[in-house]
Design a protein. Structure first.
Length: 240
């Protein structure tokens, strides 16, 4: 279990959250889902109803954005009141501030996640550490999160894709400049197309080379530590 230390979450909700791990309790949407869960997240349902758009709208936008990038739809990603099964954390290392998105990260590893409404009480001590200054770091963390989820095992698809587009644009710019020259419409010195062509071709080659280096680093990362790009959740009929 995790819970904030500022008493905004009600400790009386802890048994309900733990109970939801192993039962088919109604989720936040009201639908009954059978089976056990690996993560149950709290939803502070009426948290900003008295603050109007000043806090409610930014909160909804942030939760929508995180849900889209993480691929895990939750109403309240920022609620610290969560229950986890110990097994889902096996081999998990969290760096920096990635603990903000731990539910989304674990869902990529196959964890079954749901949320239930929990009580929210006014803060009695301390002050919030969240504000406009946290927007930029959170956005950067989301970019890293998206890259790790989509391109961690296939970095060439990211760097090579950008490189291919840049190379293609550079080639088209070069062809256009040659056509303009042959038609006596523009000399090479009268248009920036040759410069753009050379620049885009060079960037394209560099990005493709970076993709190759990233693929080598990814293989070194797994092979040097004996890791696998997959996780075995359960072994059935295993004969040793």
């Amino acid at each position: 279990m995790t819970i904030d230390g500022d008493l905004e979450n009600d400790p009386a909700d802890i048994p309900r959250v733990i109970l939801a791990l192993g039962s088919g309790l109604p989720t936040a949407t009201g639908k009954m889902q059978a089976g056990e869960y690996d993560i149950v997240s709290g939803w502070r349902k009426g948290r900003w109803k008295e603050n109007g758009l000043s806090r409610r709208l930014p909160s909804r936008v942030a939760n929508w954005l995180i849900s889209r990038i993480a691929g895990l739809t939750l109403h309240d990603h920022g609620c610290t009141l969560k229950a986890y099964r110990r097994e889902v954390f096996h081999g998990v290392e969290l760096y920096g501030d990635m603990h903000r998105f731990v539910a989304g990260y674990l869902s990529w590893r196959g964890a079954r996640v749901t949320e239930i409404p929990v009580a929210h009480r006014p803060r009695r001590h301390g002050s919030s550490h969240y504000g406009l200054s946290r927007i930029f770091p959170v956005l950067l963390d989301l970019v890293v999160m998206k890259f790790l989820n989509t391109y961690m095992n296939h970095p060439m698809r990211f760097f090579g894709g950008i490189g291919f587009i840049s190379f293609l644009l550079g080639f088209l710019a070069g062809v256009a400049s040659v056509v303009l020259k042959l038609l006596d419409a523009k000399d090479f010195v009268e248009t920036p197309l040759p410069i753009f062509s050379a620049l885009l071709l060079i960037v394209g080659v560099q990005m493709i080379v970076m993709g190759i280096l990233a693929e080598m680093l990814m293989r070194t990362y797994y092979e040097s530590q004996g890791k696998k790009p997959y996780i075995v959740a359960e072994k059935i009929n295993l004969i040793s």
